[in-house]
Design a protein around this ligand. Structure first.
Ligand SMILES: N[C@@H](CCC(=O)N[C@@H](CS)C(=O)NCC(=O)O)C(=O)O
Length: 207
């Protein structure tokens, strides 16, 4: 049985969604953020030295880092939600899988952290917004060309991209001026598996 170490209001919501899509049985171990620092509680460090979420355990194997977990689950499900057969789609699949945490999340996180600094924060976030806009424009242009990030089918690339797009919607300036991205997000949120994961995960401020 897979155990998901799930931090409230966090990236690990993606893993619950994915497990629901795959129909794999799992258990959730919930963690709450420290109310003052918003960081994960120290217990998570007992599961993995980084003390971040998500982390999963499966048959005594500990796997951390969302992208690595997502690939682990695709393997476990014999390729379901994995790379499409078509080469162009497969390359796009790989691109978005890495891009979500590697390129799109850093400026969003920077904006969140800077916004919390009194006085200086406001001016600093203004400098970050153009960096975020480059990503939002690119995502919008790609989603204007195809229904899902890799191509015609929903894949794990969409699952990886859900968190940066949700984060952008809540604090990165994503709004109806980018209709293809907003439509994609609505389609994601309407999926029964997404809703089932949300119900099981507890507090999540981005859906
Ligand atoms: N790139 C990593 C990021 C992991 C990460 O930073 N997780 C956040 C949750 S959104 C966390 O655990 N934050 C609490 C903390 O840093 O104490 C991944 O995708 O797994």
């Amino acid at each position: 049985m897979i155990i998901v170490h799930h931090l409230e209001n966090s990236r690990s919501q993606r893993i619950l969604w994915m497990l629901e899509e795959l129909g794999l049985p799992y258990e959730i171990k919930r963690y709450e953020r420290d109310k003052a620092t918003m960081l994960a509680p120290p217990e998570l460090k007992k599961v993995h030295p980084l003390g971040k979420s998500p982390v999963i355990e499966d048959d005594g194997q500990v796997v951390a880092e969302t992208g690595a977990i997502v690939e682990y689950l695709v393997d476990k499900a014999d390729g379901k939600l994995g790379a499409p057969a078509n080469r162009a789609d497969a390359l796009r699949y790989r691109f978005w899988l890495h891009y979500a945490e590697g390129s799109m999340m850093p400026p969003l996180l920077l904006k969140l952290v800077l916004a919390r600094i009194p006085i200086l924060g406001k001016a600093a976030t203004k400098k970050i917004q153009p960096m975020i806009d480059v990503h939002l424009d690119y995502v919008e242009s790609e989603l204007s060309q195809r229904p899902w990030f890799a191509g015609v089918e929903m894949t794990a690339a969409d699952i990886m991209m859900s968190f940066p797009v949700e984060a952008a919607r809540s604090r990165g300036g994503l709004n109806e001026s980018r209709p293809a991205t907003i439509a994609w997000l609505a389609k994601v949120h309407a999926r029964p598996a997404y809703q089932a994961g949300l119900k099981k995960g507890g507090p999540y401020a981005y859906a």
